[in-house]
Design a protein around this ligand. Structure first.
Ligand SMILES: [Zn+2]
Length: 392
């Protein structure tokens, strides 16, 4: 592999400007005016350099990206959205490897080097979405790593036959198992969670549960997840996505839940909705949070572009962040936070770390997040994979 010399970077966390030398897929040296005969040289012209963005909560199997514009006509509420998605997907050939490839292409071009994608598993499509996403990822030929979560979008109890299909997906190598509103949607939190944890244990899988349920119900479900995580020794292997109940809880309850999340290393993900997780409080308690794009241009929502830097700006804005330190904390969630949840080895900006890097115009990371210009350069495993917003 040809060496890569990145000149004149504003490296996140380092004063002034620096050159980076990349050899054999890793950051080999940092310093002023490095010399590397024979290396491919890229002049970054003072661009901010951050590690590869980690989309910690995606649904690339659902996307219509690159396909038709479909005006959304679903009724209000979660159950209506789930039914609408399941009813109309066949009409547009969802999951569709071409749409998935189009979305992954734009994710790479905007600097995402790793993603965790939930894939729908249900009796209507079986585990077909697993194959469709894998095909899309293969077409990107090493430009992005995508790990999968077997996701019971239409419920496990509410959709008979799904438990066996989740089992099949995990057997086929899917890394994690999902869940969805165990009581609020699936009607029996005990049974739903027992099934999810039992399947996880059987396959040595990790867990990432969608929890939209808010209020006291959501708090009870938090407690049930915490209880099972502790009892089964699942420390560091559970993530709760959305986690709105944490926003609803009173101060004492929230503090109690956050302490338990920290103790059991239960992570959280946010897709930057209006009801926003208390990132500063989580960070101070040692709870890891990642940021993701959720569904992009699908039957659920017309929003999103796959750009996790744009999503980070949404998070910062919805959280009411205006100080640089807070905006950078959101950027940490979209990079290092997601990397910790996905357990990515060698992730970072130090010598010896994997060269997964993004260069973006800005005088500092906050400006880069708020303006999120087209990415000047994206490097994956030491190889340039995108330049000026286009795949290379
Ligand atoms: Zn989701």
């Amino acid at each position: 592999m040809t060496d890569l010399l990145l000149r004149d970077a504003r490296l996140w966390g380092r004063e002034g400007r620096t050159d980076l030398l990349v050899q054999d897929g890793k950051i080999n040296a940092l310093g002023d005016t490095l010399d590397a005969p024979g290396a491919q040289v890229e002049d970054l012209d003072g661009a901010v350099v951050i590690p590869g963005l980690v989309d910690a909560h995606a649904h690339v199997d659902k996307t219509l990206w690159g396909g038709p514009w479909v005006p959304r006509t679903a009724g209000p509420g979660l159950a209506a959205a789930i039914a609408y998605g399941a009813e109309r997907r066949a009409e547009f050939g969802i999951p569709n490897a071409d749409f998935i490839t189009a979305l992954l292409t734009d994710m790479v071009a905007s600097g995402t080097t790793h993603a965790r994608s939930h894939v729908d598993i249900d009796p209507g499509i079986g585990i077909g979405a697993v194959h469709a996403v894998r095909e899309g990822v293969e077409r990107l030929a090493g430009r992005i790593d995508v790990e999968l979560v077997a996701f019971p979008q239409t419920g496990i109890l509410a959709s008979p036959g799904t438990a066996a299909l989740l089992d099949e997906a995990l057997e086929a190598g899917v890394k994690s198992i999902g869940g969805i509103d165990p009581e609020g949607f699936d009607g029996d939190a005990e049974r739903h969670l027992d099934l999810v944890f039992a399947l996880a244990e059987k396959h040595g899988a990790e867990i990432d549960i969608h929890l939209h349920d808010g209020g006291d119900l959501g708090v009870r479900e938090f407690d049930m997840i915490i209880e099972r995580t502790r009892a089964l020794g699942y420390t560091g292997k559970v993530v709760i996505s959305h986690a709105f109940a944490l926003c609803d809880a009173d101060d004492a309850t929230r503090a109690r839940l956050i302490a338990a999340l920290a103790e059991l290393k239960i992570g959280l993900t946010s897709v930057a909705p209006k009801k926003i997780l208390p990132l500063r409080e989580l960070d101070e308690a040692g709870v890891v949070m990642g940021i993701g794009n959720d569904g992009v241009r699908d039957l659920w929502s017309p929003y999103g572009t796959g750009d996790n830097l744009q999503r980070t700006q949404w998070f910062a804005r919805n959280a009411g962040f205006s100080k640089d330190a807070d905006i950078e904390l959101a950027l940490e969630a979209a990079t290092f936070g997601g990397a910790r949840l996905l357990k990515i080895d060698g992730y970072g900006l130090g010598v010896g770390d994997t060269a997964d890097l993004v260069a973006v115009h800005g005088r500092n990371p906050s400006e880069a997040v708020l303006e999120h210009h087209k990415r000047k350069l994206v490097v994956k495993n030491g190889r340039v994979v995108a330049r000026d917003g286009l795949l290379v």
